[in-house]
Design a protein around this ligand. Sequence first.
Ligand code: PLP
Length: 404
Amino acid sequence: MREFEKSHKLDNVSYDIRGPVLDEAQKMRANGEKILRLNTGNPAEFGFLAPDEVIRDLIENAVESEGYSDSKGIFPARKAIMQYCQLKGFPNVDINDIFTGNGVSELIVMSMQGLLDTGDEVLIPMPDYPLWTAAVSLAGGNAVHYICDEQAGWFPDIADIRAKITSNTKAIVLINPNNPTGALYSKELLLEIVQVAREHNLIIFSDEIYDRLVMDGAVHVPIASLAPDLFVVTMNGLSKSHRIAGFRVGWMVLSGEKSHVKGYIEGLNMLASMRLCSNVLAQSVVQTSLGGIQSVDKLLLPGGRIYEQREFIYKAINDIPGLSAVKPQAAFYIFPKIDREMYRIDNDEQFVLDFLKQEKILLVHGRGFNWKDPDHFRIVYLPRVDELAEIQEKMERFLHQYRR
Ligand code: PLP
């Protein structure tokens, strides 16, 4: 029989969040073992229910949503997204600048496919949400990672960004608030990034899917609002804020100066048309979601589940000798560091795999987020405190074996 291999387009593409460690976890579950899953940012899985009004809207719209829509999305959804952006200060956005997608994921891939030729470079944060790196590679580009500095609350290192720009650099990607670090960027930092993009004629891509999940009274500033003279593409969606990751609702907004990107926008229009449209029933809940009460807010205040779980996991991790973590201010991830002078660990993926087999807790290793060293892992702190409590004792015991 003729052998069929995956295409060479995939040679440099990796997406480790769903990699070998998850395969092992699935095997263990199939054998009836109970696993504490601290690996996916999927709120519904941990008892975070979607707002009632969203579900009602979905049911009521079922019949009206049977056909394809405009390839960029239905009018009420795009109108609501447009208003959301205007309230957040995005410059120069009208309804034609908004594309709905089957989750932000589809739009990340689409935006890179439409932009990159072989050898083009895109600056991507390290650590990153790995789909960005994978999408750049799939489109034939090179992902060039800039450092986010743990010592500086995981803020991007501007000097490193500058040092990595070449004549091939087309764009810079920001994930703000950040997955996997939980960092929320300040306006001052964003202004510095805008200045770099301005000096080097870069397109800014900003993934802001966690913009409604910030804590401690902080305010999320969209970088688009600081860059009226630049072309900015902002991604957002309802998977996290409205706990409907399974509905697949995302959007992409083109803002700021567009006179020099007409060709790219033509490409995006073509790619959006080729997939006909995003899920129309899912689009139908956008207006209610953005216009209704933001029920996620109370989860993020003291006494709310996400807030209390953040407080718990932050303390639990920092209380384990040789582990440390920056306090996340947004989203629901924490990215602890392992002190390798204290512990003999040089393969983070093996570490996470062994922890899974031994303690039945599933994490994702830091290099799955394109982090450079084998000394971090990510915890999704969506499970309830009583479940999260298991981690402290088990991690301490587990780490003991690696003690130098
Ligand atoms: N961007 C970031 C930073 C994410 O963390 C995720 C999901 O975890 C996505 C995009 C994908 O979201 P969606 O469900 O909209 O495809």
